[in-house]
Design a protein around this ligand. Structure first.
Ligand SMILES: C[S@@+](CC[C@H](N)C(=O)[O-])C[C@H]1O[C@@H](n2cnc3c(N)ncnc32)[C@H](O)[C@@H]1O
Length: 249
């Protein structure tokens, strides 16, 4: 990843997230199911899907498992993330292609077209508001009719009380997941020590979350229809829209 003036996600963040991402993301299993339900494709169809900020690859993995003919382009800026994930998902090598990209470079989608679906989890908040609005517009142009942009991410709170609530709810979720997956509160301790809860410790150089309301608006302005928030939990949301919307089958 090049440093183009913004402070970026560091390799150390990647190592930490590879180890504890499943603890830090609320309801990741439910989120996975929601993505599958929302992707506009039949299970046995051949189609192209692009994941922005693939990280450890949990989302691409779930999608490749569910859609046996889907072809996935997995993008990330972190060499360590890509190498770890390429090895872990080697069984999909005929349908999964990795590519380095810099999310902050507005031209990365220029060579893409005929994409059925863009998905992303916990990555788009590295762009500021203008960057997000521009990205939503660009990706719209790369989609097939009927295609979708589906994003799960951390939200910016719209007010003080919301922020207090989201901070607490995220801690509670992390504690619960740490107990469930690790059997103790180690995950919560790391979450606190690394100041991961950005409702308590905003890092304005790295993280630029926007409110859910703003992001739904930018999607609608870009032309997407059926724009909605499909899942919301502890300051996180899965939202998205479609290039054309079908209200009934
Ligand atoms: C919080 S992790 C999320 C990973 C994965 N999507 C998940 O949900 O577990 C953020 C990911 O975005 C990538 N990333 C952060 N800033 C980036 C940038 N400017 N360009 C490309 N990738 C970036 C990181 O390398 C990392 O894999």
């Amino acid at each position: 990843m090049e440093d183009n003036g913004s402070t970026l996600w560091e390799e150390e963040d990647s190592r930490l997230f590879l180890k504890y991402g499943h603890i830090f993301v609320p309801e990741r299993e439910r989120l996975a199911r929601a993505f599958i339900d929302l992707i506009p494709a039949d299970q046995d169809e051949t189609f192209r899907l692009v994941e922005l900020g693939v990280g450890g690859g949990w989302l691409s993995e779930v999608i490749l498992d569910h859609f046996p003919r889907a072809e996935v382009i997995a993008l990330d800026g972190s060499p360590s993330m890509i190498e770890a994930t390429r090895g872990r998902l080697a069984r999909f090598s005929d349908r999964l292609r990795f590519q380095r990209f810099d999310l902050l470079d507005e031209h990365w989608p220029d060579s893409l077209d005929e994409v059925r679906c863009f998905v992303s989890s916990l990555a788009i908040h590295h762009l500021d508001g203008k960057g997000k609005a521009r990205l939503f517009r660009k990706l719209y142009g790369c989609l097939q009719p009927g295609g979708a942009l589906l994003i799960a991410d951390i939200m910016k709170e719209a007010g003080y009380r919301g922020r207090q609530y989201m901070a607490r709810a995220w801690e509670e979720e992390t504690a619960r997941r740490s107990l469930d997956f690790l059997g103790d509160l180690e995950g919560l301790e790391i979450f606190r020590r690394e100041r991961w809860n950005l409702f308590l410790h905003p890092d304005e150089e790295v993280d630029h979350p926007s409110t859910l309301f703003e992001q739904l608006g930018w999607m609608h302005e870009a032309g997407y229809r059926g724009v909605d928030a499909f899942w919301v939990k502890a300051g996180h949301a899965l939202f998205g829209g479609y290039k054309e919307v079908t209200l009934s089958e």
